[in-house]
Design a protein around this ligand. Sequence first.
Ligand SMILES: [Ca+2]
Length: 185
Amino acid sequence: MRPVVKVLLVAAAIIAFGYIFIGNLGSQKIEFETNSAEIVPVGELTDGTEIIQSFSIGKSKTLSAVAIKLATYIRVNEGKIIVSVRRSAHGDTIYSKSVDASSIADNEYLVHRFPPIRFMKNDTYYLSIKSIGAGPGRAITAYKTSDDADPDGELWIDGIPQTGDLVIKTYTFEPWFARIFNLFT
Ligand SMILES: [Ca+2]
């Protein structure tokens, strides 16, 4: 290999590494937090139950994490919870993860971080929580508001639209270069 080619290859590798590394530096912050005077459990999430909450993120924002407030009825529950983030209510899954119901903490937010979703800005997402394998008396629950806390979001439980919204937080990630860019635009 000619020396000049070697130098070019090394330079290309450094630039590629720098782009990937620096592109992942930035800050994550809470984009939205469900705010309501009254929240109530949605009921036991027994086998097959699916909750879907839609939400939107702001212009030029990059979705990087979601958190859902869950509760255990102060007992150890059975089965699994599959948390998914989708582009539509029932398809185009961007992210999905299974969690043992027995590992869920009472009245705490279950946080799921994922690689920041790029090129999908200013969009609506669908957060799904599906219960697998939990019988009555052995299932966890989530919280919803009594009122329409998020006019931009909608909640469905087993396909039935609800008045309130699921108690969640969404997080966005802003790479440092986007922050500087946004100062001038
Ligand atoms: Ca709503």
